[in-house]
Ligand binder design. Sequence first.
Ligand SMILES: Cc1cc2nc3c(=O)[nH]c(=O)nc-3n(C[C@H](O)[C@H](O)[C@H](O)COP(=O)(O)OP(=O)(O)OC[C@H]3O[C@@H](n4cnc5c(N)ncnc54)[C@H](O)[C@@H]3O)c2cc1C
Length: 295
Amino acid sequence: MVTRLLADGERVAGVEVAARDSGERTVYRAREVILAAGALATPHLLLASDLAPRNPGGRVIGRYLQRHYNEILFGIFPTPPNPGGGFHKQIGIHDFYFGHSSVSAPSGKLGGIQQLPTPPEGLVRAELPALVGAMVAPWIKHLTGLLVMAEDQPVYQNSVLLDETASDRYGVPRLLISHRHTSRDKAAGAALAAVAKRVLRRAGALACYRHHVATFSHGVGTVRMGSDPYTSALDADCRFRGLVNLTVVDASVMPTSAAVNPSLTISALALRAAERLAARSSRPTASAMHVAAQR
Ligand SMILES: Cc1cc2nc3c(=O)[nH]c(=O)nc-3n(C[C@H](O)[C@H](O)[C@H](O)COP(=O)(O)OP(=O)(O)OC[C@H]3O[C@@H](n4cnc5c(N)ncnc54)[C@H](O)[C@@H]3O)c2cc1C
């Protein structure tokens, strides 16, 4: 368990790690440090290591937490729509991504709609209130869903910050997560949900059930990249400004959430950052060139 990044001057001089069972501490040292702990844990580590004051855009660390505005529209069909129980996630509707003439409000980007496989009974029972779950259980085979994913707005107040009054078992201040969707997020979700409902009804659904997804599974944005050093903490290569050997490559780097599942974007940004890091590392440094010139 990484508990702290230890800075010395302009460098991360060591990464402190605690053994999960014994709590024993070890410090690892490396020329380059890559932080990829996710949109909640990465800002947590940066803040707990007191690295924000070293970054000109340090005030954004832990801020602008986004998680998409997600809803599932389940259509209830007279006959099971997926009798073979195959994993269906092939259809994506992105006609509404940048807004649509049929949607007057909100203006601008809305997001995407994607197919969702019939959920397992256990998941439905776990997600729904007990009584509703019991009522729905016999109908699960008759369900198929569309997942609505609206691009939520980056809002400074939506944050992961340190709770200085309480620590975890490694002595790291606990994390406080504050997030509230804006009325625009909800309106974009509602506009897409209306479309998804129309699609399901035209496909033969007798009725629809609308389920809001309130998880942080698509959490992004808490250590945003950007070109302005005062409104972002990372440059375009995901380098942490203020420290010369720290790169962040995970969901926290995304300045906006985009209305698609985030993994491929995170991977693409990580690969790009790695290529640039490798290119920089293979380039001879000024001091190496100086030594070579003296030989
Ligand atoms: C149920 C679910 C379904 C999803 N489905 C999809 C999907 O279909 N498509 C899609 O694109 N995305 C999906 N996502 C989202 C996707 O998984 C995340 O966006 C993505 O994994 C984020 O990548 P990351 O590298 O930022 O963080 P993670 O994948 O969370 O990796 C962070 C890693 O850091 C480790 N870590 C954290 N803190 C510490 C510490 N202090 N010390 C040591 N290690 C630490 C964690 O254990 C973890 O292994 C799903 C997420 C969930 C939860």
